[in-house]
Design a protein around this ligand. Structure first.
Ligand code: AMP
Length: 437
């Protein structure tokens, strides 16, 4: 039997309802904040990622799926979305119509990492990118949007970590100090860090090797070296987040694994999946657009890890009690999630009834009422069980006799209330009953 490649997986129908509800919650929220969807290719020229993400990053050094196509061009399955969105922004000269562009995209990314729970080689991200705004308010707003999205999804075990990496004005002086600190710790650093010291010393702060982490515990912080512009910027981000009631921690070790960040960086961390891990991360990349041969334009964005987010949301939904779920069922997200269960499950008993069940269910489907009819001819008892399994809100029982007597029984499975529906015009009567007309 042929199976999926290691680190690749199917998202099965039992999970896609949740994924779709999350995606829809995100896109609705983003659109309310003025974002528009962009769809970008999953394959690009390798050079795009090498130049933007950084030659010495883990992603570019060892995680990209890169191969020559038949003509020998070097191509890469995208490991992240920002580079592609920036490429698209430049290629289509988007800034010409409006200097401010707010874009989002949802789709798969590919990194050849060691697979484990919550880490896959094909994983999904929800990305948002904003071009053309230098103001710190947009930095705060992106964190606010993440906070609001997670709140709507019913999550509370999350915390925003934020940091500022400074800019090309203040970073060189910091790097010099960091470098002299690192030189004093050389014997405790891993090979990667020793190499990174040469090319981009900031990235040593990001190292996951425990010995390096210990050696770097009292490394100098970018925060102590911000120029006044970066410092004011960061202060405004923090103060508006406070004013808007967004909980956050300043985390001086947050440098993130990609080279293109400047000023504000942030991650949303959770302990819901065991060890602390990030469900979303992002930051400002004011130099990137120019570096990719575009105009001098500000940029900032974030990526949400959809696989991890779905795992956490599933955990919360599954662990909540029936009462909690009912209380939460008023929320937009829960409505989206439970919109997937049938409104009506038709149980026909008899041949004539089965034909009618097919006709009625199709008309109800067309009328936008999620209806499922069973054609198996099994007993009432076993079909009631199936209705239960499907979580159907109502069951319509249609035996040949009920049809003869023009009185079908519609039962609300939660309240157990029963209604009589005529066999002549059941579609309209059901529509009226469900308040859909
Ligand atoms: P990054 O682009 O590395 O900042 O990642 C942004 C988010 O994507 C992370 O916070 C994770 O939630 C998610 N993510 C990154 N890599 C993986 C992976 N290999 N598998 C699953 N999720 C991932």
């Amino acid at each position: 039997m042929i199976q999926t490649i290691r680190g690749f997986r199917d998202i099965l129908p039992e999970d896609t309802a949740l994924w779709q509800a999350i995606e829809k919650s995100a896109s609705e929220l983003f659109e309310d904040f003025g974002f528009q969807e962009i769809r970008i290719p999953i394959m690009e020229k390798t050079e795009l990622f090498a130049r933007s993400i950084g030659e010495t990053t883990d992603i570019v050094e060892k995680e990209m799926y890169t191969f020559p196509d038949r003509k020998g061009d070097k191509l890469t399955l995208r490991p992240e979305a920002t580079a592609s969105v920036v490429r698209s922004y430049i290629q289509h000269n988007m800034g010409a119509s409006d200097p401010v562009q707010k874009l989002y995209t949802i789709g798969p990314m590919f990194r050849r990492e060691r697979p484990q729970k919550g880490r896959y080689r094909q994983f999904y991200q929800i990305n948002a990118e904003v071009f053309g705004i230098s103001s710190p308010y947009i930095d705060a707003q992106l964190i606010l949007i993440l906070n609001e999205l997670f709140k709507r999804l019913g999550l509370s075990e999350l915390k925003a970590h934020i940091n500022s990496l400074g800019c090309k004005e203040c970073r060189p002086a910091f790097q010099k100090e960091l470098l002299s600190f690192l030189n004093g710790k050389k014997e405790h650093l891993c090979e990667n860090c020793l190499r990174r010291m040469e090319k981009n010393p900031l990235r040593t702060l990001d190292c996951k090797v425990p010995e390096c982490r210990a050696a770097l515990a009292d490394a100098p912080s970018t925060l102590d070296h911000l120029c006044s512009g970066c410092s004011d910027h960061f202060e405004t981000v923090k103060s508006v987040l406070n004013e808007q009631g967004v909980d956050f921690t300043v985390d001086k070790t947050l440098v993130r694994g990609l080279d293109y960040y400047s000023r504000t960086t942030f991650e949303i961390l959770t302990t819901a999946l065991g060890a602390q891990s990030a469900v979303a991360g992002g930051g400002r990349y004011d130099a990137l657009i120019k570096e990719l041969d575009g105009p001098e334009t500000y940029g900032i964005g974030f990526a949400i890890g959809l696989d991890r987010l779905a795992d956490i949301v599933a955990q919360v939904v599954n662990s909540s009690s029936v009462e909690e779920r009912e209380a939460g069922s008023q929320s937009k997200f829960m409505k989206l999630l439970y919109a997937k269960v049938p409104d009506i499950f038709i149980i026909p008993l008899g041949e004539k009834a089965t034909r009618l069940a097919y006709l009625w269910s199709s008309s109800l489907n067309i009328a936008g009422i999620r209806t499922e009819a069973d054609y198996s001819g099994r007993s009432l008892k076993s079909l009631m069980k199936r209705a239960d399994r499907l979580n159907a809100a109502h069951v319509l029982i249609a035996g040949d006799q009920e049809i003869e007597e023009n009185a079908l029984v519609l039962r609300n499975m939660k309240t157990k209330e029963q209604y009589f529906i005529t066999a002549e015009n059941p579609v309209e009567e059901i529509e009226t009953l469900l308040n859909r007309v």
